[in-house]
Design a protein. Structure first.
Length: 73
């Protein structure tokens, strides 16, 4: 399922929990929340100030390119 994600940071944060290194997701795209699955790599090339969404295959879409202006309905 595609979903809109407001990303604040593009990389995970590392914690050591019970002596084991754990990477926690901060991009909002990981399918293994709260842990990082590498999905943040999809965000490379995003332009600040634009809103994107990622479809089920991980393909990036710009919101303005894919959604009609709802005010026109």
């Amino acid at each position: 399922m595609a979903r809109l994600v407001k990303r604040t940071l593009a990389e995970p944060v590392k914690f050591v929990i019970d002596g084991k290194e754990q990477w926690l997701c901060r991009c909002g795209l990981s399918k293994n929340q709260p842990f990082c699955d590498g999905s943040h790599k999809l965000t490379k090339g995003e332009v600040p100030g634009k809103l994107y969404w990622y479809d089920g295959t991980g393909k990036r879409q710009e919101v303005a390119d894919q959604f009609p202006d709802i005010r026109s309905f």
